[in-house]
Design a protein around this ligand. Structure first.
Ligand code: SF4
Length: 670
């Protein structure tokens, strides 16, 4: 048994090779992406040979070259001259070993990963409120037993379809009438960038109408008075003016939540990927706390994690400010514990380093890294202001990319390392509900392909460090390194995971059960109470103006996953969604003289892209939507960062749209 290579639902599946074809089986139902995931294991687009400056070369020569260049650059510019960029799809073992490799073998503080672009705002807000970030602190099976769930900025009917079956009646907050919004009892369609004002308005109504759960607030929380005072000026008419959501709809939402015996508030990237994403999530958590939801069986707040190992990927040290076990790298006790497991002195551990976008933007600049090693990430497509990032990558002295396909980032690399895929390797993932699961190797791998763990250990050995490369051995070390941390895996073993169908962290001992619902008795704050956090709305960093008069928001499609590096190479998925497009309202289309199917140019202050227009009334008149699975959409997006999570403002920026024939000459697409 293994699990799907894509999203955080991590559906279980069987994989077998029959007559040269990979056969996938499942008794719980998969989405189209899961059913077709086997194609990339055998189709011609996967990488099977290491490449050194575009030419096939033996592994030993390629790794020797990387190690030599790393040594030279470190000698010339210091240890921070070499940077590492990881991914939220890497197994826990890979994320852990990559963090150790950066801190111990390279001695660099410059490591971060693409999960910074994914769940970091929800993580920051959860830690502020609950003292702990376990995206969903409850099994997803709890959701079906609730009366209602408010889903802010998550289009799960496309991103993780089987999850929809687990949901109760829905209130959906989304600027688009997505397939998920069509399933909802109530759809609130705010202006992009105004979710925070909407959450403040909903809380205002709860407080003003005496609907807050005062017994719960008294017993289980702190800080309510300050938040109640701060939302007093967010009266519904003011919120309607800012968000465009009618007061009657807000009242309906509050009534649905208040009349429910059990309810959930869930956030996704639509609410989180903003320069105020942490505050937006805090506002939704404040609403959940006022209604008395978190820390009760059958109710709560949760984040709908996106990437396959989005949860585990942020627990074990590939994030700039973290050490394994969800420890902080600036905490002396955490440093001492992890240093002892790694056999080094605490003072030798560098960090914290730059966050993902800041790291990418600094590449090749004065004082910035001269070399980058990328594992399981495609920032040329997925980073905001992506043309600038591609330029930074081109300026490096050394770019090394380990991947399964020649992604847009691998296409720029000096060294490309072909690595194993999900079904060809063993490792653990932590799904969106905090359940640690095991992907067992199901198929043999091509002869010239190595696992990321072998690549990392091979480079470490050349730099004078003996690292394990066998997944079980790496996991045992991870368990020791995480012991005593917030995300404590000490009691989790491969055997237990298989016997118990996954183990929820924290699990501090082999004789102790996992913890599906860690906040029932107390929250993970020093006094055990959840904290209300006062937050204020502010406009998007870039609002539409005369030059760029339209909001752009971005998101995902049913057929593709993240940067599309894998799914854009799978026949049935390409047939289902062959090309990028921009979605716009018929009124806006008429105003701009654009018809369905026209080639259009979308431009922002950061770049331009051409694609096909799709006219639909499922979107607001002032907003256009682009899927981000193809290189181009993120040329337009705004890299303004959240001050707490360092999340870029992916979900809202100002653009101009023109029919291709009308587009001003001299503006280069790209
Ligand atoms: Fe399940 Fe997500 Fe894979 Fe679809 S992409 S099969 S929802 S894990």
């Amino acid at each position: 048994m293994t699990h799907c290579p894509y999203c955080a639902l991590q559906c279980a599946m069987g994989v077998a090779l029959r007559d040269g074809h990979v056969e996938i089986t499942s008794d719980q139902g998969l989405c189209q992406k899961g059913w077709t995931a086997g194609e990339l294991l055998t189709n011609g687009s996967r990488l099977t040979t290491p490449l050194l400056y575009g030419r096939a070369a033996p592994w030993s020569a390629v790794l020797d070259h990387v190690a030599d260049r790393v040594r030279e650059l470190r000698a010339e510019h210091g240890p921070d001259a070499v940077a590492v960029f990881g991914g939220g799809g890497l197994t826990n073992e890979k994320a852990y070993l990559l963090g150790k490799f950066a801190r111990v073998a390279l001695g660099t503080s410059q490591i971060d990963y693409n999960g910074r672009f994914c769940m970091s705002s929800a993580a920051a807000a959860s830690i502020r409120a609950f003292g702990m970030d376990r995206g969903m602190p409850f099994p997803t099976s709890d959701l079906a037993g609730a009366d209602v769930a408010l889903l802010a900025g998550a289009n799960v009917a496309e991103t993780m379809p089987p999850f929809v079956r687990r949901l109760p009646r829905l209130i959906v907050v989304d600027p688009r009438r997505t397939p998920t919004a069509r399933l909802a009892e109530l759809h609130l369609q705010p202006t992009p960038g105004t979710d925070l004002a909407l959450a403040l308005g909903l809380l205002h109504l709860v407080v003003a109408e005496g609907l807050a759960d005062s017994a719960y607030i008294e017993q289980r929380t702190s800080g309510f008075e300050a938040v109640a005072t701060s939302v007093s000026s967010w009266w519904p008419e003011r919120v309607e003016r800012i968000t465009g959501v009618p007061v009657s709809r807000m009242r309906e939402a509050v009534q649905l939540l208040k009349n429910a015996d059990k309810a959930y508030i869930l956030t996704g990237r639509g609410a989180e990927q903003h320069a105020k994403g942490s505050d937006t999530v805090s506002a939704f958590i404040n609403l959940a706390l006022a209604l008395g939801l978190p820390g009760r069986t059958g109710s709560g707040y949760g984040c709908v994690t996106g990437q396959g190992n989005g949860q585990g990927g942020r627990e074990h040290g590939q994030k700039a400010d973290q050490l394994p076990g969800y420890r902080r790298i600036d905490d002396p006790a955490a440093r001492a514990h992890v240093a002892a497991v790694w056999g080094v002195e605490p003072d030798e551990l560098p960090g914290p380093g730059r966050s993902a976008y800041e790291l990418l933007e600094s590449l090749g600049t004065a004082g910035g890294p001269r070399a980058l090693l990328v594992f399981g990430s495609n920032p040329v497509v997925s980073a905001p202001a992506s043309s600038r990032i591609a330029e930074r990558l081109r300026s490096l002295d050394l770019l090394v990319v380990a991947d399964v396909v020649r992604s847009e980032t691998a296409a720029l690399a000096d060294v490309v390392l072909p690595v194993t895929q999900w079904a060809e390797e063993t490792g653990t993932m932590t799904n969106l509900e905090g359940r640690v699961i095991l992907r067992r190797q199901a198929l043999s791998r091509p002869a010239q392909v190595r696992s990321d763990l072998e690549v990392i250990a091979g480079l470490a050995r050349r730099l004078g460090h003996d690292f394990p490369s066998e997944p079980g051995a790496v996991f045992d070390e991870l368990r020791r390194a995480s012991a005593g941390g917030v995300a404590d895996y000490a009691g989790i073993t491969y055997e237990r995971i298989e016997a118990e169908g996954g183990v929820f962290w924290p699990c501090p001992g082999e004789d102790l059960a996992g913890t599906p619902r860690p906040m029932l008795d107390r929250f993970a704050t020093p006094d055990g109470r959840a904290r209300f956090v006062p937050v204020e709305h502010r406009p998007a960093v870039e609002e539409p103006d005369e030059e760029y008069p339209i909001y752009l928001t971005t998101g995902r499609l049913l057929a593709h996953y993240q940067s599309g590096a894998q799914t854009r190479r799978i026949g049935p998925l390409v047939d289902a969604a062959p090309e990028p497009f921009v979605e716009l309202h018929p009124d806006l289309a008429e105003q701009l003289g654009i018809a369905n199917g026209d080639l259009v140019r979308a431009s922002s202050r950061r770049g331009a892209v051409e694609c096909v227009a799709r006219v639909t009334d499922a979107i607001r008149r002032d907003t256009v939507f682009m899927p981000f699975h193809w290189e181009g959409a993120n040329r337009l997006t705004n890299p303004a960062l959240d001050p707490v999570s360092r999340m870029p403002e992916f979900k809202v920026c100002a653009v101009r749209l023109e029919r291709r024939d009308d587009a001003a000459s001299g503006v280069e697409a790209g």
